[in-house]
Design a protein around this ligand. Structure first.
Ligand SMILES: Cc1ncc(COP(=O)(O)O)c(C=O)c1O
Length: 414
C-alpha cells in the first residue's frame, strides 16, 4: 500500500456531504419572497425567523441582522461598551470576536483557553479582570458550549456583562440550557459554512427586551418598531437582513435538528475508531453538554504517532487520500497585525488604547492548539457510517505509512 501523496490510490475519491444543503422548501421560500415584491428587511419572514430561532434557543427576544460580526458589534454597543472599556476574549477564535470590540473603540484583553475544552478558561478570564473590564465575550468554539454556569457566576461576581459568541454553536445546550440563554446577550452567524446559512446573516438573542430593542433600533436607523420610516429616535445604521435570507433560514432551521442528531451519532462512531490511531486525539466528552452540534472537530496531533512527521505534511497526506482535514487558525488572534501592530483602522481613534502588549503576549494553550490542531468540519459528519469509516481509514493509512514519507520524498527529489 502506498500513500496517495506518493502515487498510491486514495482512500476516498468521492466528495463528502455537500454544503449548504437545500431542497424544494428553500426554493419555494425564495419564490414566495420574490413574488411578494417585498424583498427588504421588513418582510414577514424576518419576524418568523426571529421567532422560531429564539424559540429553538428558549430565549424570548431576537433581532436578525446582516452577519455575525455586526451582531457582536451591535450587541456590545447595546450593552454600553465603548472607549476606555476592556473586554475579555479568547485568542483561539475568528477575528470577529475581538475586532468587534475594537470597532466599539474598546480594548480586547486576550485570556488563554482551557486545554480540555478549547474555550476561554474561566480562571484565565478571572485573572484578566481589571477595574476597566466591562464585559466578557465567551466563544462556544467549534460548537462545544463553554462552561456557562461558571462564566455567569464570574460575571455576576464582578458586575460584568456577558456575551456569548455562538457563531459555531446553533442549538448547543449546556446543563439543560441552550446557548443564548446564559449571557446577557448572544450572537450567531449564518455565513456560508455555518450550521444554518443563507450565505450571509446574523442573529442576536437576549432575555432582555430592553437590550434587544436597542439592537433593533441600531440595526434599523434608530427607528422604533411602532414608529414611522422617517422617525429616528437614536443614532443607528442599516444592518438589516433581507427577506430572501430570512426565508431561506426559516427552512434551514427546520432541517437543523436532524442534522445535529446525525452528526452526534457519527461523532460517536468516529470517537470509538480514533482510539486505534496513535498520534491523534479528541477532547473528552463532557456529560454537562446536552447537545453539541459539532461545527468543527479539533483533533490534537502528536508527531510521535506519525514517525515524527510535522502536522502540515500529515494534513497534506490526508487531503491526498480524499480526507478534508485542515490546519486550525495559523496563530492566536493577538499575533494578527490588527492587534500586534495596532494598525486596526480604529486604533488611532481618540480614546483607544491597547490594554495589553499584544506583540509580546504568549498564551500557551492557544499557541499550542494553533500548532497541533487539525480540523474536521461538520460536513464530514453529515453522511453515513461508510463516510465515518473512510475518514478513519484515511487517518489509519497515513498513520501506518507515515514512516514512508521522508524516505520516498527524499528519493523522489534526488
Ligand atoms: C466565532 C465567530 N464569531 C463571529 C463570526 C462572524 O460571523 P460572520 O462571518 O457572519 O460575520 C465568525 C465567522 O466565521 C466566527 O467563526
Amino acid at each position: 500500500m502506498t500513500l496517495a501523496m506518493l502515487g498510491g490510490s486514495a482512500v476516498r475519491t468521492t466528495p463528502f456531504a455537500p454544503w449548504p444543503q437545500y431542497d424544494h422548501s428553500e426554493e419555494e421560500a425564495l419564490l414566495r419572497v420574490l413574488h411578494s415584491r417585498s424583498w427588504g428587511g421588513y418582510h414577514e419572514s424576518v419576524k418568523e425567523l426571529e421567532k422560531s430561532f429564539a424559540a429553538y434557543h428558549e430565549v424570548p427576544h431576537a433581532v436578525a441582522c446582516s452577519n455575525g460580526t455586526i451582531a457582536i458589534e451591535v450587541a456590545l454597543k447595546a450593552m454600553g461598551i465603548g472607549p476606555g472599556d476592556e473586554v475579555i476574549v479568547p485568542p483561539y477564535t475568528f477575528i470577529a470576536s475581538a475586532s468587534a470590540i475594537m470597532l466599539c473603540h474598546a480594548s480586547p484583553v486576550f485570556a488563554d483557553i482551557n486545554s480540555e475544552t478549547l474555550n476561554l478558561s474561566v480562571e484565565a478570564a478571572e485573572a484578566a479582570i481589571t477595574p476597566r473590564t466591562k464585559a466578557i465575550v465567551v466563544v462556544h468554539f467549534g460548537g462545544r458550549p463553554a462552561e456557562m454556569d461558571a462564566f455567569q457566576a464570574l460575571a455576576q461576581r464582578h458586575g460584568l456583562k456577558l456575551l456569548e459568541d455562538s457563531a459555531h454553536a446553533h442549538g448547543a445546550k449546556w446543563k439543560g440550557v441552550p446557548v443564548g440563554g446564559w449571557g446577557d446577550i448572544s450572537t450567531f452567524s449564518f455565513q456560508s459554512f455555518k450550521l444554518i446559512t443563507a450565505g450571509e446573516g446574523g442573529m442576536i438573542l437576549s432575555k432582555s427586551e430592553e437590550l434587544i430593542d436597542k439592537c433593533w433600533a441600531y440595526c434599523n436607523q434608530g427607528r422604533r418598531r411602532d414608529g414611522g420610516w422617517f422617525d429616528h429616535y437614536t443614532l443607528g445604521t442599516n444592518y438589516r437582513i433581507t427577506g430572501f435570507q430570512s426565508a431561506v433560514l426559516c427552512e434551514q432551521l427546520k432541517k437543523m435538528p436532524a442534522q445535529t442528531d446525525l452528526r452526534a451519532k457519527n461523532v460517536v462512531r468516529f470517537r470509538a475508531g480514533l482510539k486505534d490511531i496513535p498520534g491523534l486525539s479528541l477532547m473528552a466528552d463532557d456529560p454537562r453538554i446536552e447537545r453539541h452540534p459539532y461545527y468543527l472537530l479539533t483533533l490534537r496531533y502528536n508527531p510521535e504517532g506519525f514517525a515524527g512527521l510535522d502536522r502540515d505534511t500529515v494534513i497534506r497526506a490526508l487531503q491526498a487520500e480524499g480526507i478534508p482535514a485542515k490546519a486550525t487558525y495559523p496563530a492566536p488572534l493577538y499575533r494578527n497585525g490588527v492587534f500586534a501592530k495596532q494598525t486596526g483602522s480604529l486604533s488611532h481613534c481618540s480614546g483607544w488604547r491597547a490594554a495589553q502588549d499584544y506583540q509580546s503576549l504568549y498564551l500557551p494553550e492557544a499557541e499550542r492548539v494553533c500548532k497541533d490542531g487539525v480540523w474536521l468540519s461538520h460536513t464530514v459528519f453529515l453522511g453515513d457510517d461508510h463516510d465515518v469509516d473512510d475518514v478513519l481509514e484515511g487517518l489509519h493509512k497515513v498513520q501506518t505509512l507515515a514512516s514512508t514519507v521522508p524516505v520516498l520524498a527524499t528519493a523522489g527529489k534526488s
